[in-house]
Design a protein around this ligand. Sequence first.
Ligand SMILES: Nc1ncnc2c1ncn2[C@@H]1O[C@H](COP(=O)(O)OP(=O)(O)OP(=O)(O)O)[C@@H](O)[C@H]1O
Ligand SMILES: NCC(=O)N[C@@H]1O[C@H](COP(=O)([O-])[O-])[C@@H](O)[C@H]1O
Ligand SMILES: [Mg+2]
Length: 392
Amino acid sequence: MQASQKILLLGSGELGKEVVIEAQRLGLETVAVDRYEGAPAMQVAHRSYVIDMLDKQALREVVEREKPDLIVPEIEAIATSELLKLEEEGYRVIPTARAARLTMDREGIRRLAAETLGLPTAAYRFADTYEQFAEAAKEMGFPCVVKPLMSSSGKGQSVCRSEAELERCWTIAMEGGRVQQTRVIVEEFITFESEITLLTVRSVSGTAFCSPIGHVQKDGDYVESWQPHEMTADQLAEAQRIAKAITDELGGAGLFGVELFLAKDKVYFSEVSPRPHDTGLVTLVSQNLSEFALHVRAILGYPIPEIENVAPGASRPLKAGSELDDYRIGGVGEALSVPHTQVRVFGKPVARPGRRMAVALSTGGSVAEARERATRALGFLNVRTSRPDVRP
Ligand SMILES: Nc1ncnc2c1ncn2[C@@H]1O[C@H](COP(=O)(O)OP(=O)(O)OP(=O)(O)O)[C@@H](O)[C@H]1O
Ligand SMILES: NCC(=O)N[C@@H]1O[C@H](COP(=O)([O-])[O-])[C@@H](O)[C@H]1O
Ligand SMILES: [Mg+2]
């Protein structure tokens, strides 16, 4: 069979793996790229490359060699200035090279949302040195949230509760960023009642919203998500207004994860991923089309006549507790004994403390039941060494 089109995925984690599977279901040729060998999406793609995706030359070489119809970013940390050039030369970047550029670091997207579009966000300051940072934190007041400009899944992020914690928070930010740079964002701490991801799809069928996904984050990384999340009609309308404004501005086709905080009488924009979102893993069981299927349909220019929340669903990621280069996931059989439950094992080559290795996915008659099942299933799962000499 001759593939209809070729996609080049930049980043090959658990989210990309599902994108590759959906792309292959529609007859595409898939090429996966990441910074290490054996990444989850590489295990299912037709071909793969290991490069430093922040290296412009290395990125260009892979693109020119493969000549993909679609370049699909899967993580933020990519040489997006090169993507802008490649787009000018005629390559198609999803959703657009500008969207990838603006969401690569927190400053681009925050300034666009707050200053250009006037969307409600936490107050913020940027700082390049420790002195500027200390000044910015005092201006924001305590507690405030400190994040490296370029990082994800909470890496390098901390809540600074008093002046005495300034040095500790600065050190965390300096050590946690994805790339070597000192610029940080200091944000007003928002006391929200809940937070959601509003998956928003731009396709030939127009802009569509999935039911809101509620989630809980710990140390800046998600530990539980569910769909639908209960919110008032006014909150939903405001969330959709914000999501429409930001995704219209970013443009292009594809699925976006719009992160919002729901406070007592205000909805705040937090950030947006121009790609499937980790909290959206729940859609693998809760929707007729998962966020990955929606992304692929949208970027191929296929219609999306309807998105249905087929059952209340929940997801609980399994995180590794320690560094293991030889590991296996235990408890899968027990987890699958929980009704209406599935498990996805990502197949990452090595475990590291806090690294997401698998996810438990459940549906139920209610969100409460789905959450209880996913939590029970997660309780069975573990990441353990597979070395025979240390096996219990
Ligand atoms: N200003 C804030 N006030 C209160 N809580 C915050 C604030 N900013 C972030 N958080 C909390 O930290 C979480 C992670 O923040 P954020 O989404 O900015 O980090 P991230 O590293 O980009 O995460 P990811 O890449 O997983 O989306 C948020 O979902 C929220 O729970
Ligand atoms: N919040 C962003 C997110 O969830 N991204 C997902 O995690 C992978 C990196 O995982 P790793 O750090 O374990 O390699 C990324 O490739 C993507 O699939
Ligand atoms: Mg986030």
